[in-house]
Unconditional design. Structure first.
Length: 432
C-alpha cells in the first residue's frame, strides 16, 4: 500500500472505529442473513482495525464461491454440519452395515478417536471461527478506543495491522498447511496397515487385510481436513501474535496506577478465551490418543495429573508467546513510575517534616534549595505502582480456555478413574 494511503488509514481509523463498534453491537456486521450487506455496506468499507481473523485466504474464497459462507455471514453452524458430514458421516455410510454395530470393539461408533477427530474437532474448529474473529476484533479495537496507542505511533500501528492482514491472506501459508495435512493422511494410512481386522477401517482380503473404502476416505479426506483446519487456525493465531508483539514495541499510553492492575492492558490478557472452542477441538483427539497408551493399571491419579499439567502448560505457552511482548513496556513503566513517585514522596515527606519540626533532620543544609509549595501525597499511587503486574498471562484470566483444554482429558480419565478423583484433579489444575 502506498505511504499516503497508510497515512490516511491511520488518521481515519479513530473516527471509524466507534461507528463500526456500534454496528457490531447491533449485530449488523455479522448478520446471519446474507442480505444484511444491503444495510451495512460492503467489506471494503471495513477499517483495518476490524481484523477479521476468519476472513481471507484461498480456503475462505473457495467456501465463498461454493456459497458455504458470505462476506458478512460466516454461517459457522451450517458449515460445521457440512464438514462433519464430509469427515464423519461419509465414512459411516461407507462402512455400512458394520458401522451400525456397537458390540464390536473396533466398530465405527465405538471408536473414540473417530468421534474426537472427525466429529468434535472438525466441528469445533469451524464453530470457533466466529468466536475467534469477534474476540480478536474487539481486543484490537480496544487499543484504539481506550486509547492505548499514542498518536505518534498510530501510523506504525496501522501499518502493522495491514501487514497482519496480508499474512492472514497468504496463499503460501495455506499451501504449506495442505502439504502438512496430506502428510498427516499418509501417516494415518501407515497406521491402518497395522490395524487389527476388527477395525472398521480394515477389511479381510485374499492376501490378509486391506484398508476398507471407509478407511481410504478417512485417509484421503477426513484426516487431512482435520490437520488442515487445525494448522490453518494455528497459522492465523501466529499472525495475531506477531501483530501484538509489534504493537507492544510502539509508544503506549500506559498508567502504572490503572485500576486493572496491569497498566491498562488487562483487556488483552483475556484474548486467549476467544480460542476456547478451538482449544477444546485440539484437546479432544490428543486426550483420546494419549488415553490409548494407558491401560487400567498405568492410568492413575498421578499419571492423569501429570498429563493434564503438561498439556495445560503447552496450551498456555501458545498464548504466552504473544502476551510476553508486553512484559518489557510494563516493567519499564513500573520502574519509572516507582522512581518518580519515590522522588515525589521524598519531597512531600521532607516538607511535612519541616512543618512539624521546623527543619529537616537529615541534610538540613539543603532546605533552601528544596520545594516550599504544597504537593500531593503520592503514597497511595506508590503502593498501586508496586502492585502493578508485568505478566499479562494468568491462570485466572484464561480460566475458560484452560477448562476447555483439560475437559477432554477429564472425560477420558472419568472412563477409568472415579469421577470424584477426576473432578478433584480438574479443580486443582484450574484454581491453584
Amino acid at each position: 500500500m502506498p505511504h499516503a494511503s497508510i497515512n490516511k488509514t491511520s488518521k481515519d481509523v479513530e473516527q471509524a472505529a466507534p461507528a463500526r463498534a456500534d454496528a457490531t453491537n447491533r449485530g449488523d456486521i455479522y448478520a446471519d442473513d446474507p442480505q444484511s450487506s444491503q444495510a451495512t455496506g460492503s467489506e471494503a468499507d471495513q477499517t483495518p482495525w476490524d481484523f477479521l481473523a476468519s476472513h481471507g485466504g484461498p480456503f475462505y474464497e473457495l467456501q465463498r464461491r461454493l456459497k458455504l459462507l458470505h462476506t458478512l455471514a460466516l454461517n459457522a453452524g451450517r458449515r460445521a454440519v457440512f464438514f462433519i458430514a464430509i469427515a464423519w458421516a461419509i465414512p459411516f455410510f461407507l462402512a455400512l452395515p458394520g458401522s451400525l454395530s456397537v458390540s464390536d470393539a473396533g466398530a465405527y461408533l465405538r471408536d473414540l478417536g473417530v468421534w474426537a477427530t472427525f466429529f468434535v474437532a472438525i466441528g469445533t474448529f469451524v464453530l470457533a471461527e466466529r468466536q475467534v474473529e469477534d474476540g480478536l476484533r474487539t481486543k484490537l479495537q480496544h487499543f484504539l478506543r481506550a486509547p492505548i496507542i499514542a498518536p505518534v505511533s498510530m501510523q506504525s500501528a496501522a501499518e502493522a495491522v495491514l501487514v497482519a492482514l496480508k499474512q492472514r491472506d497468504s496463499g503460501l501459508a495455506e499451501i504449506i498447511c495442505v502439504a502438512l495435512a496430506v502428510f498427516g493422511g499418509l501417516f494415518y494410512c501407515a497406521l491402518l496397515h497395522h490395524a487389527p481386522l476388527t477395525s472398521w477401517a480394515v477389511e479381510l482380503a485374499p492376501n490378509g487385510s486391506a484398508i476398507s473404502l471407509a478407511g481410504w476416505w478417512s485417509v484421503a479426506v477426513s484426516v487431512p481436513l482435520f490437520w488442515f483446519l487445525m494448522l490453518r487456525g494455528l497459522w492465523r493465531h501466529f499472525v495475531w501474535s506477531q501483530l501484538l508483539r509489534k504493537l507492544a514495541r510502539l509508544e503506549l499510553k500506559l498508567v502504572a496506577t490503572h485500576p486493572d492492575g496491569q497498566g491498562g492492558l488487562a483487556f488483552i490478557s483475556e484474548y486467549p478465551n476467544a480460542y476456547m472452542m478451538y482449544i477444546f477441538g485440539v484437546s479432544a483427539p490428543v486426550a483420546v490418543t494419549l488415553g490409548r497408551h494407558f491401560d487400567m493399571e498405568t492410568l492413575n491419579a498421578a499419571s492423569l495429573t501429570a498429563t493434564m499439567a503438561v498439556w495445560l502448560v503447552l496450551v498456555l505457552a501458545l498464548f504466552a508467546y504473544s502476551l510476553s511482548a508486553f512484559w518489557k513496556p510494563l516493567a519499564d513503566l513500573k520502574a519509572a513510575t516507582i522512581l518518580a513517585l519515590s522522588v515525589q514522596a521524598t519531597h512531600y515527606q521532607r516538607l511535612a517534616e519541616r512543618k512539624v519540626l521546623g527543619r529537616n533532620v537529615a541534610a538540613h543544609c539543603d532546605e533552601r534549595s528544596e520545594r516550599k509549595e504544597d504537593i500531593a501525597d503520592p503514597s497511595k499511587h506508590h503502593e498501586l505502582a508496586k502492585k502493578l503486574s508485568t505478566v499479562l498471562l494468568s491462570r485466572k484470566a484464561v480460566l475458560p480456555v484452560g477448562a476447555a483444554a483439560l475437559l477432554p482429558f477429564a472425560i477420558e480419565g472419568a472412563t477409568r478413574l472415579p469421577l470424584k478423583d477426576v473432578l478433584s484433579i480438574l479443580k486443582k489444575m484450574l484454581l491453584l
